[in-house]
Design a protein around this ligand. Structure first.
Ligand code: ADP
Length: 539
């Protein structure tokens, strides 16, 4: 080998905002806020205010490698933290406000954050947990000076902090492998684990995210991320969108049907994304009000399996394409995206839709996938043989923060905890999480497949399937249904709906109607459900 003779400029996050300000500085950013009127500016403004914030943070003593925690919704101020903090070489820990108090405290202390920046409607929460925060020295409220509530912690207003700072900055240059974002898994089993994204990982992931095989942004798109900025950087959209020059719409903390529809119509949103629960709510709202999202073209959905009925409704009723994605905190988070290909199109529209709606996505350049059978061999790419899903690539975790052993194997493969198949078109389908699969008499039943089908039954809002102990079969499926308000759907209707669509031995042993608990990242909380219904089939 001889060394290449090209430049080696590091891939740094500050480069994204600098580029966006130069290449499409006038492209608009609109943000909803907490108790304040909507905010409007552009990428040039984002660069100016990020520079001011970077200077202010440095004045507070934040230096390279230091951690800053945000506890905030999807707003322009949170976006500015996304650039200012890593811009100066510090690390932004995006705390998840939907975790329990103890877990929020755990993550902030584990991150050893020096600064906590939070939205106004977290004032009470912060006052409550502050005595347990061992490293935070400065509290900053993401609010105007008049609206800032100092509280017991003596919070400073972020606007007062940046007001006199210069609006230009020479971003420092450093190793692209430096830590930039610290995102914790939701800790459904054990303590949350910290995944420390490097600049290089974030930038490569953002470049891949904009590609046509993924989100396929163009400069004409109007993009509204409804995945939370605090959850794995909202799927990297805060970076892909500025790279591609899209208009950016930040929905704040309100994700109900009416609020989202207002923004879609008012701002001309063409592209949005979020977890399935948001879209269940939105589709229900559209049906009840008879409204239509006129400008919307594509919705990316992931975080949990997308019910086929949801994708079909978006397409057939509203002409909106659904792209399913799969990923996890450990993969920055995008792993695969379900986008069409010529080889699928050649099979006809129905077959193509079927492939896209029922699979999590297809291979993206940058992430390798391996489905491994019990004997440690790679499963054939036949779309049938399932096994443990492993991933590797430049935006996959190697080691969790402050752990002394790697989470990935020496050859880079990281076991996702999911069970999947791969097919000849490069499409991956998750059949279950290893811990959720139902083992009935030595055979496996996919809880995801059953949920997906049951979710199509009229009146069903959320369908959850869990394996519960059974005296004869070890485990049998129990279907827990949360119905839409006012819907009259009973056990008989659900079983009749399932009968022609599943093999007989998959039929749930019982169907019960109850609220379905969700985790802090919007997934069905199967641990809680299994505990609640543990004895249901034991007689
Ligand atoms: P948590 O902290 O709850 O693990 P993540 O967002 O990192 O939060 O969760 C990742 C997991 O979510 C994946 O391992 C997978 O089980 C599930 N998941 C994500 N997207 C999908 C999808 N499209 N279909 C099915 N499961 C998904």
């Amino acid at each position: 080998m001889i060394p290449g003779l090209m430049q080696t400029a590091p891939l740094l996050i500050s480069g994204i905002v600098t580029y966006a300000a130069q290449a499409h500085g006038g492209r608009e950013i609109v943000s909803k806020l907490i108790d304040e009127p909507n905010w409007r500016y552009d990428y040039a403004g984002l660069l100016r205010r990020s520079a001011q914030l970077a200077h202010a943070l440095a004045r507070l003593g934040v230096g390279p490698g230091d951690r800053v925690t945000s506890l905030a919704w999807n707003t322009h101020r949170h976006l500015e933290l996304f650039y200012a903090v890593p811009g100066i070489g510090a690390v932004l820990h995006t705390a998840n406000p939907r975790l329990f108090d103890e877990q929020i405290v755990y993550t902030i202390n584990h991150a050893e954050s020096a600064v906590l920046a939070y939205d106004r409607n977290f004032a009470e929460l912060v006052d409550r947990i502050a005595p347990q925060l061992t490293t935070v020295k400065t509290f900053v409220m993401l609010s105007s000076p008049e609206r800032t509530i100092p509280g017991r912690v003596g919070a400073l207003s972020c606007e007062a902090l940046i007001a006199d700072e210069p609006a230009t900055i020479d971003w420092p240059s450093f190793d692209e492998n430096a830590g930039a974002f610290l995102c914790y898994t939701s800790g459904t089993t054990g303590d949350p684990k910290g995944v420390l994204y490097s600049h290089r990982a974030v930038v490569l992931h953002a470049m891949a995210g904009g590609l046509n095989s993924a989100f396929g942004f163009t400069a004409f798109d109007v993009v509204m991320p409804c995945s939370s900025l605090y959850h794995a950087t909202a799927w990297g959209v805060p970076f892909s969108a500025p790279i591609c020059g899209t208009k950016l719409v930040l929905p704040g903390d309100k994700m109900d049907g009416a609020a989202l529809h207002d923004l879609i119509q008012g701002e001309g949103v063409t592209f949005t994304g979020g977890v399935p629960t948001i879209w269940t709510m939105y589709l229900d709202w559209l049906e009840k009000t008879g409204q239509r999202p006129d400008t919307l073209k594509r919705v990316v959905i992931g975080g949990s399996a997308v019910p086929r009925a949801m994708a079909e409704t978006f397409k057939t009723q509203y002409g909106v394409d659904v792209l399913q994605i799969w990923g996890m905190t450990e993969t920055c988070p995008i792993g695969v995206v379900a986008t069409p290909t010529p080889s699928l199109a050649a099979l006809g529209e129905d077959a193509m839709n079927d492939a896209i709606w029922t699979r999590q996505g297809r291979l993206q350049f940058g992430i390798e996938l391996r489905v491994e059978t019990d004997d440690g061999q790679a499963a054939p790419r036949d779309g049938e043989t399932s096994g443990a899903l492993k991933v590797r690539g430049p935006w996959v975790v190697r080691r969790y923060f402050r752990k002394d052993q790697d989470a990935a194997q020496a050859d880079g493969w990281f076991d996702t905890g999911d069970i999947a198949t791969l097919d000849e078109h490069g499409f991956m389908r998750i059949t279950d999480r290893q811990k959720d699969v139902i083992k009935s008499g030595g055979e496996w039943i996919s809880s995801i497949d059953l949920e997906n089908i049951a979710a199509g039954c009229p009146g069903v809002k959320i369908a959850a399937v869990i394996g519960v102990p059974h005296p004869k079969w070890e485990e049998r499926p129990l279907l827990v249904i949360e119905a839409h308000d006012g819907a009259s759907v009973g056990k008989a209707e659900v079983l009749d709906y399932l009968a022609p669509r599943i093999v007989k031995w998959w039929t749930p042993d019982d169907v019960v109607f109850a609220p379905v608990p969700l985790t802090a990242t919007g997934k069905i909380d199967k641990k809680v459900l299994r505990e609640a219904w543990r004895r249901h089939l034991m007689g």
